[in-house]
Write a protein that binds this ligand. Structure first.
Ligand code: ADP
Length: 184
């Protein structure tokens, strides 16, 4: 089963993706986690993307697409995956569609978590993960980038009739139940 978990920053994608990973035995792939690990380990990729993440902007499409294609080609993803943070632009979504076609594979679900903007800001500012992009100013930038660049990804999948919108307000377990119901 291949799933895209979609939503604005702070919607709870990472939290729910981890629960899905445990429940369905498919792997969670977070592009943000990969970039943060690369930055921490000062790899060439990390050096390249550090200032971009710090600013709350987007890593160039080709960099992300190559990274995801490489990663998903590993055998450990054969039973499926949950994408968190990708695709984040329509260009990435088109590239991912091509990747699926080339691999004779398909997308099983596009789950979109919706959460009101003020709640997103509150969550991010209070989660205290120490992320350099979790300041009020950077959060505003990230939300703006989301509206401009990422929201259109949802329209893209809407055209394929794939979008399932989930209310992202409630307890972690309540939201997880809603996602499971949507996947059934
Ligand atoms: P959040 O959903 O809270 O914004 P992520 O961990 O998904 O956090 O992403 C953190 C940062 O990593 C983004 O602000 C962006 O700079 C970079 N990033 C992650 N995924 C992508 C992507 N698919 N395309 C471009 N940049 C990305």
């Amino acid at each position: 089963m291949n799933i895209i978990l979609f939503g604005p920053p702070g919607a709870g994608k990472g939290t729910q993706a981890k629960k899905l990973q445990d429940e369905f035995n498919i792997l969670h792939l977070s592009t943000g986690d990969i970039f943060r690990a690369a930055i921490k380990n000062e790899t060439p990729l990390g050096v390249k993307v550090k200032s971009i993440l710090d600013a709350g902007e987007l890593v160039p499409d080709q960099t992300v697409v190559d990274l995801v294609a490489d990663e998903l080609s590993k055998e450990k993803y054969n039973d499926g995956y949950i994408l968190d943070g990708f695709p984040r632009t329509v260009v990435q979504a088109e590239a991912f569609d091509k990747f699926l076609r080339d691999n004779d594979d398909e997308l099983d679900a596009f789950i979109s978590l919706s959460v009101p903007e003020q709640e997103l800001i509150n969550r991010i500012l209070s989660r205290g993960e120490g992320r350099s992009d979790d300041t009020e100013e950077k959060v505003k930038t990230r939300l703006e980038v989301y509206r401009k660049e990422t929201k259109p990804v949802m329209d893209y999948y809407q055209k394929q009739d794939k979008v399932q919108e989930i209310n992202g307000l409630g307890s972690i377990d309540e939201i997880f139940e809603r996602i499971k119901n949507a996947l059934d």
